[in-house]
Design a protein around this ligand. Sequence first.
Ligand SMILES: Cc1cc2nc3c(=O)[nH]c(=O)nc-3n(C[C@H](O)[C@H](O)[C@H](O)COP(=O)(O)OP(=O)(O)OC[C@H]3O[C@@H](n4cnc5c(N)ncnc54)[C@H](O)[C@@H]3O)c2cc1C
Length: 402
Amino acid sequence: MTRKEFIDKGVMMGMGLPFLSSMLLTACGKQHSIFPKFQTDFSGKVIVIGAGAAGMAAGYLLKKQGVDFEIIEAASIYGGRIKKVDDFVDFPLDIGAEWIHTDPKIFTDIIGDTNVNANIGTMVYDPQTIQTYKNGRLKSHNYLKGFYSEWKFKNTTWFDFFEQYIVPEIANNMILNKPITQIDYSTDKVRLKTASEEEYQADKVLVTVPIKILQKQLIEFEPPLPKPRKEAINHVYAGDGIKIFIEFKERFYPDILSFGNIFSALKREEKFVYDAAFKKSTDKHILGLFAINEQAAAYTKLNAEEAIIDKFLGELDEIFEGKATENYVKHLIQNWSSEPYIQGAYSYSFKESQFDVVEKLKEPIAAKIFFAGEALSIENQATVHGACESAYSQVAAMLENS
Ligand SMILES: Cc1cc2nc3c(=O)[nH]c(=O)nc-3n(C[C@H](O)[C@H](O)[C@H](O)COP(=O)(O)OP(=O)(O)OC[C@H]3O[C@@H](n4cnc5c(N)ncnc54)[C@H](O)[C@@H]3O)c2cc1C
């Protein structure tokens, strides 16, 4: 059974997504390798647009295949929705992707070399105190603790994994601060234009920007993308996204708290509060908020940082009888919707069958323009390893057929 089938079954059975243990998934699912092994005669140049998980993984595979490539990134840093902060607390915080939603063997698999033991320091994430808040009532559900466990990083982050194992291979091929604004594939070569009118040229291009960037048409295609492709892009729903971290003097919250009925609230995993210092080597009390879609929009639409933190503290005060304001030390807000080159959380649902939409998104255009990223993974959509898997399969498709 694939992860997707398992989740669909779980949802049908009314189980919450976080309660689908990754360990269970691994036990009952196939963990097939995502790193492709193939040979290519391709001797041209590839440009990868975007240096998130998909773009970096793509560059890594191109390097291993000895292909000439560049990764062009709009932002001043690489990582995309993988981002860490070192100076908020005494352990590194993942302020984008934070959980490892699969078996940690995935690290060796992303590296593509069984001789490399990716020593990245993971830990089992198995919250022991589980609460819900609904209609003014705080309820404990600790009896569920045996049903949910995944993995997290102990003293490292998703960013550290890429930094240690992927970036050294691609660092010399990455160009930052260059937002691509136009992809012209009307001639033999693909010509790219940046916001500051610089031009780059390649034989093939892999586009790994977030689906929201394509939906908002922040990159112009020349000739325009075919209508079915535009429709497929717009058939993906990706909403807002925000994470908030607050340091408190005392801990007054459980390991994880969800909103609404325990099963229905967690089913779609749109908002929860959690102990971000759970099992970390620290004495600090750090609470995290994860919110996407409408739940995130309730904060992101306020824009001003003060308004956002006031709203969240107010909510915590209501749940925990004023203890939030009483114990507040400092906060950190990562508003993914206001990041100019991300513009939201991640692909969440599809207007048509996910399989059909993704198959359409994966089709190369004029055998020159390829697409990859989290939204293009069927089995591991909306995850870091899904973004890598999509990049690997699209690079393989690009080079194998050349
Ligand atoms: C709040 C939140 C929590 C999450 N939690 C988890 C989790 O716990 N575990 C997990 O596995 N996943 C999680 N995810 C999802 C995960 O972060 C993503 O699926 C993954 O990182 C996406 O990688 P990507 O390469 O597809 O896209 P991105 O990381 O978005 O990379 C795309 C890159 O393209 C760049 N770009 C955009 N426009 C242009 C342009 N015009 N020119 C050049 N470059 C451009 C962007 O700057 C970006 O660097 C979370 C995501 C969010 C937002």
